[in-house]
Structure formats: structure tokens, C-alpha cells
Design a binder for this molecule. Sequence first.
Ligand SMILES: Cc1ncc(COP(=O)(O)O)c(C=O)c1O
Length: 388
Amino acid sequence: MTFMSTISPRARSAPESGIVEVVNYARGRDGLIPLWVGEGDLATPTFISQAASEALLAGETFYTWQRGIPPLREALTRYYQRRFQKDLSPEHFYVTGSGMQAIKLAIEAITSPGDEMVLLTPAWPNFAAAAELSGVRPVSVPLRFEHGTWQLDLDRLEAAIGPKTKALFINTPSNPTGWTASRDDLSAILGLARKHGLWIVADEIYALYHYAGGRAPSFLDVMDTDERVIFVNSFSKNWSMTGWRVGWIVAPPAIGQVLENLVQYATSGVAQFMQRGAVVALDEGDAIVDANLAKAAQSRDLLCDALIATNRVETLKPEGAIYTFLKIDGVTDSRAAAIDIVDKTGVGLAPGTAFGDGGSLFMRACFLRDPAQVAEAASRLQGYILGR
Ligand SMILES: Cc1ncc(COP(=O)(O)O)c(C=O)c1O
């Protein structure tokens, strides 16, 4: 009997990341410009790290609140007042060990094995994989790619809802497509959820990365307080804290004890000293967030303008998030193309095959980087595309 044959089929069938495969292939090469993973190029600002270090050195090394320390849950209420014009109570917030864990716990909280969860694709692969690990079948509804942009097909979304559907997973602005739901889209999706008695899992972690100005529309703008909507969020992208692994959930206080128990049996809480850093990020980090947004906007223009100018790229500029999801004319195998591009240009892209239905002909580039470096990547990609 082999080890693998005795492993749970559910765990065994969890997919390897198609992004990591290409990263592992070319990691560490000289002159590499890595646009493949979803993070910026700056370390966490010192004032945030310092708050965490001080708390660590001061001995904040004990077990802590399962739901998150009260000062962090209070700082989250202030953040939602400032950025979302919403008055939520600390009881709406649950601190998690990353956005990814927020997703996992949200799915665990609202589904049972055998249920289905509908999601819009192309999508970050972890949504579907997290569902499968909970015994939930992910049902894909591809967005329509038309004239270089992505559109929601509401009829198709409704047609995917069946007797086993428990939740709609909506990521807006989307990784990888940049599709950003309008207020009308959100109202319509909420209408479907109400009509069919479903939960919505709302992943709005890129809400502030919205290039038309202001933040992206949010379910918070269209829902009543305490509907069946559970938000997953993260410190990773706004405050350059990807390596911290701290996120949060916003959910109706009525399910608070359930979420607290799920945290208890997953990690038993997020390290208190890291939460001290997160408080400072929220309360004193607006300038950092705004600088990240400005950098993303500039780099998006540099990269997308250069690529569109080749006339061989169908993708227009994304409305939100930190990625362009490139469709280069003639590319039929995005995995092979990502390997070829990194070999020939030293620019690391993520193959669209990793992002589920509708993504296989595309490649994802994250532009949350130094504009000079993104300009260099854009020029190398231009050369590659025009030389094909
Ligand atoms: C849409 C989306 N949701 C959630 C996450 C998870 O973020 P993290 O686990 O770093 O907090 C990511 C990370 O790339 C993402 O793109």
C-alpha cells in the first residue's frame, strides 16, 4: 500500500497551483521581472512593522481573542466609516490568518458537503479549490469577454443556480480579469441571492484599486444591514502585507459564535503582536494605501498602453484590481507561452490555464510595481509580441 493511496481523496485531489509551477520554473533568474504573483514590490512600511515588533518585544506572546483583539475590530469599524461610509459594529468583524483563510472559514461556515457554490470565472483558483476541500462542488459561470473587456451574464448566473446551490462567490474587482461589478450588477446579484435563498461570499479585497476614481461599488452599498452576505478581506494588498497572513471577515453578528468556533479549530486566533501592526496599518496607513493606488494606476497605464499599441493584444485596461489579463493574438497554449515569454524576455507571467473556465488563452500580469520596472517589462513584452 502506498502512502498516497491512504491519503484522503479530497486532499489528494487538491490541485497544484498552475501559477507556482511557472514561478518554480524560472524563480531567481538574472534580470527577471516577476509579474506573476499578486503582490507589490515594497516591503511593509516600517511604522507598521515597528508596532508589531514592539508588541512582540513587550511580551504580547500569549493566546489571544479568537475573534481578534478589540482594538483591531474597532479600527476596522473606523476603516469602513472612512472608505465605505458604513457604520458597522466591532461585532461584525472577525480577524483571520489571511484573506485565504477568511475564504476557507466563510465557505465552512455556510456550506455542507454535497452543496454547490457558484463562482464567476476566470477566477483566482483558490476559491474553487477551497470549496472542493470542504466537499462543495464549485460551479463556474464564465464572464463574457467582449471587445477587450469582461461582462457579467446574469441569465447564465441564474441558470447555474440549482437545488444544491448554497452560495454565490463574487470577487469584484476580480483577480485576474479586473472585471468590476457596477452597482446595478451587485443589486441584480443580490436579487438572485434573495430570490433563491442563497448566501453571497463577497471578496472585495481589491475594492480600493478602482481606476475610475473612488472605491469600487460594494455589496455594502446595495444590501440591508445583516443580510446573508459574508465579506472576506485581507491586509495583503492595500498595506503591502502579503507575508503577514492577516485578513478579516465581515459577517452578521448572529453567526459570530460559529465563526469564533471555526477560528478556534483552525488556528485559535491570529498572533496578537501582528494584530497590533494591523491596527496601525488601518489607523495610520491611509497615505500608504493611496501611494499604492497611485502606483498601480501609473503602472497599469504604462503596461496596458504599451501592450494595446502592439495591436496584437485584445485586452483593454482593467477597471479594477492589480492585473491585466492579456490575450495575445495567436496564443493557444498560455502555459507554453508563459514559459516561452520568461525564457525569451525574463518577464514572469501567470498562465491563464490556472484561472479556470474561460481563462486558458490569457496570461496574467500584476502591475503593482515600480513604474520604471513595469515600463521595462512592457517594452520587453512589446518586443516579444511584435517579433512573434
Ligand atoms: C481575490 C483574492 N482574494 C483573496 C486573496 C488572498 O489574500 P491573502 O491570503 O494574501 O490575504 C487574494 C490573493 O491574491 C486574491 O487575489
